[in-house]
Ligand binder design. Structure first.
Ligand SMILES: Cc1cc2nc3c(=O)[nH]c(=O)nc-3n(C[C@H](O)[C@H](O)[C@H](O)COP(=O)(O)O)c2cc1C
Length: 346
């Protein structure tokens, strides 16, 4: 299977929901939520790509690095690359349903495992989708990370127990789903959380707790105070609030606040190995990929997902050699040409 065949097949199977554009940047699908786009004008999705594109890499080739280390350790797992599958839910209404949720999540989790990494699963109004997520974590053997919507506390804790039983490596909450009116309309209310409520969730489990959807340094500080193991700097791929900044723009100030106190994950617009390296230079410990893996799964099942991860790995290795970066665990900010240029940079 090659990339162009994969994209051609994905375009066919995602017809009416995703155009599989040459660059997945949120322009053609602006406003398509449900669907694969960004909410409203699509500006938050587009800002993710723009924020990354604002940074350039310094090329350095006079050095002694011959091989590079792309691996990281995360909660007892050794990952071959600092890249995980993001939680993406809802094949019936976001992707057209030509794969079932079970088939899709199996492709994502097993494809991730085959590439030496792992993935997250999500949560939505339809309880059947949660059952699919738990099945994917339990059967894939990749352990996986279960992300739960900011429901009532009791509901979240009951889902944490499901994830523990399924063998998840970590659990978490996409707190940026707090405004999803669609969930409330379907009798599944969600809401923002207080610091005390987050603390309660953290201490309800022995598993590491991930808070996904942090976009400001003050809330990153609160997450650290609540004892969360990791944050995901994310605007939910631009799907929950129009007119947010791009995540690569806000990451440096967030990293200044909490680097070393918790694990920093980031997502939004990762399309190639260079994007991974930029996020690491801006302060992330690892990144997540969303939409491109939907293309991978619909175009080539688990092999398609693995192919995309492997492509990113090859690009990352090349970018590391050409910026003089030996190890993904020690990426210097100085590899960025304009590290001090953005409004949120140091
Ligand atoms: C169709 C779709 C469904 C998503 N579902 C979830 C979800 O259930 N839970 C969640 O935390 N994030 C969800 N996300 C957001 C992703 O986890 C991720 O933050 C985002 O897609 C990253 O941006 P990228 O797609 O540009 O890589 C979803 C994204 C898409 C496109």
């Amino acid at each position: 299977m090659d990339l162009s065949a994969l994209k051609r097949d994905a375009r066919e199977r995602l017809k009416g929901y995703c155009r599989v554009c040459p660059v997945c940047d949120g322009r053609a699908c602006a406003g398509e939520v449900p669907g694969m786009g960004g909410i409203g004008t699509g500006s938050s999705f587009i800002a993710n790509l723009d924020a990354l594109a604002n940074y350039r890499l310094n090329m350095r080739t006079i050095h002694e690095i011959r091989t590079v280390d792309t691996s990281i350790a995360l909660w007892g797992m050794k990952l071959s690359i600092p890249v995980l599958a993001a939680p993406v839910t809802g094949t019936p209404y976001n992707m057209g349903g030509r794969m079932t949720e079970d088939e899709f999540l199996e492709a994502i989790m097993e494809g991730s495992l085959q590439a030496g990494t792992t993935g997250m699963t999500g949560d939505a109004a339809d309880p059947a989708l949660w059952i699919s997520a738990m099945k994917a974590i339990a059967t894939s053997g990749s352990r996986g990370i279960a992300i739960i919507k900011p429901r009532g506390q009791k509901e979240i804790i009951s889902r944490i127990r499901d994830a523990e039983k399924a063998g998840a490596a970590a659990v978490g909450m996409d707190i940026d789903g707090a405004g999803l009116i669609t969930m409330s309309l379907k009798g599944q209310p969600v809401s923002p959380k207080t610091l005390q409520e987050i603390r309660e969730l953290v201490s309800a489990t022995r598993l590491p707790f991930v808070l996904k959807g942090v976009m400001t340094p003050d809330e990153a500080g609160l997450a650290a105070e609540a004892g969360v193991a990791a944050i995901v700097v994310s605007n939910h791929g631009g799907r929950v609030l129009d007119h947010t900044p791009g995540t690569a723009g806000v990451l440096p100030e967030i990293a200044k606040e909490v680097k070393g106190r918790l694990i920093i994950l980031a997502d939004g617009g990762v399309r190639a190995g260079c994007d991974v390296l930029k996020f690491l230079a801006l302060g992330a410990d690892a990144v997540l990929i969303g939409r491109p893996l939907v293309t991978g799964a619909f175009g080539g099942g688990r092999e398609g997902v693995t192919l995309l991860f492997n492509k990113i790995k090859d690009e990352l290795i090349q970018a590391m050699l050409l910026t003089g970066t030996a190890d993904v665990k020690r990426v210097e900010e100085e590899i960025l040409f304009n590290s001090g240029a953005g409004p949120y940079s140091k």
